[in-house]
Design a protein around this ligand. Structure first.
Ligand code: UDP
Ligand code: MG
Length: 321
């Protein structure tokens, strides 16, 4: 089988999703079978600790196109996605969450659009987030506003990780040596011809979200620091503002001193000390974010380890490797 004899790969990152996996297969399989084209589904088991691995093996027995890539430990959504992308073999590669919040039925539409308009990237854009709670909607809105301001206007709003990429886009992504990859920003940054399909974000089919607030914040910090040095400049401006304020306080102190009044002085000193301390801490924190990135870049550790890949195992059985 040549590397591009598959027209489509569908990458699904999976972390403790035993409850949704059967539902996912039930909906995804008919959609893909109906295409009547050779495809593969790359299920990336991101070090699940529940029964997901066993469920996947059971499902793959009945569905030969289902390929299981197992990571040795939980490496995070973005790392799992990249693992799937870089191991996929299709001419086009779609990525979709396991929990059926993104409708699999849209994948053929994405494929059609990419082909007819010769696009490299087709984003799935959420038009309706009413199933997300108010907090999630608000934080998501703030996230995309901030990102578009810092990274650029070609980052589509409310486009998560449900999208279709051409093989050449995947190969281009491989050239970005990111240690903490944020694919939804790396893809628009590459800037290949793109289009969109819209969809309504559904309720999670089963199970719990794997994205608590802590992980959402980490994704936001990674997003900003991997694409923009603007916060560092902000630190500079804060510093400039702080110095200006101090100069003003100095003049005031001089005036009061020269006018001969005894100055209690305590409050102004205290305020100034606090203020400078705050500005310094803030700037240190910001610097730390970037130094941290340099640190991980210098360490150059792989973001994930592959434990097994059912396609590679099958090839081995056939004496191909
Ligand atoms: N996921 C993953 N590794 C993680 C966390 C999540 O592979 O460490 C997968 C998860 O199984 C799902 C997708 O990433 O397929 C999106 O996660 P989730 O639906 O929990 O996020 P939400 O939709 O709540 O933002
Ligand atoms: Mg979800």
């Amino acid at each position: 089988m040549g590397p591009l004899s598959l027209t489509l790969s569908v990458v699904v990152p999976i972390y403790n999703e035993e409850a949704v996996l059967p539902l996912l297969v039930e909906r995804l399989r008919p959609v893909l079978d109906e295409l009547r084209e050779p495809y593969e589904v790359v299920a990336v088991d991101d070090g699940s600790s529940d029964g997901s691995a066993a469920v996947l093996i059971g499902l793959a027995r009945l569905w030969p196109e289902l390929r299981i890539v197992r990571l040795r430990r939980n490496s995070g959504h973005q790392a799992a996605l990249s693992a799937g992308l870089f191991r996929s073999r299709g001419e086009y590669v779609a990525s979709i969450d396991a929990d059926l919040q993104d409708p699999p039925e849209k994948i053929p539409e994405m494929l059609r659009l990419a082909r007819t308009e010769n696009l490299d990237i087709v984003y799935g854009v959420r038009t309706d987030r009413s199933t997300d709670n108010r907090f999630k909607r608000w934080t998501a809105g703030a996230y995309y506003d901030l990102i578009r301001r810092l990274v650029g206007k070609n980052v589509p709003r409310h486009a998560g990780d449900f999208r279709l990429l051409s093989r050449s886009t995947v190969e281009a992504l491989r050239e970005l040596p990111e240690r903490a990859p944020v694919l939804r920003l790396m893809v628009p940054w590459i800037g290949f011809p793109s289009g969109q399909v819209t969809y309504t974000r559904a309720e999670r089919a089963a199970g719990q979200t794997k994205y608590p607030l802590r992980k959402m914040l980490l994704l936001a910090v990674d997003s900003v620091t991997s694409f923009s040095a603007a916060p560092l400049r902000l630190a500079t401006w804060l510093g400039v503002g702080g110095v200006g304020l101090c100069a003003l306080l100095l003049v005031m102190t001089m005036v009061v001193y020269l006018s001969g009044h005894t100055v209690p002085g305590w409050s102004s000193l205290f305020v100034a000390t606090l203020f400078i301390g705050a500005v310094q801490l803030l700037c240190l924190g910001l610097l730390g974010e970037y130094v941290g990135r340099v640190y991980t870049a210098v360490q150059n550790r792989p973001p994930y380890f592959i434990a097994s890949d059912s396609a590679a195992l099958a090839a081995e059985d056939d004496g191909l490797v």
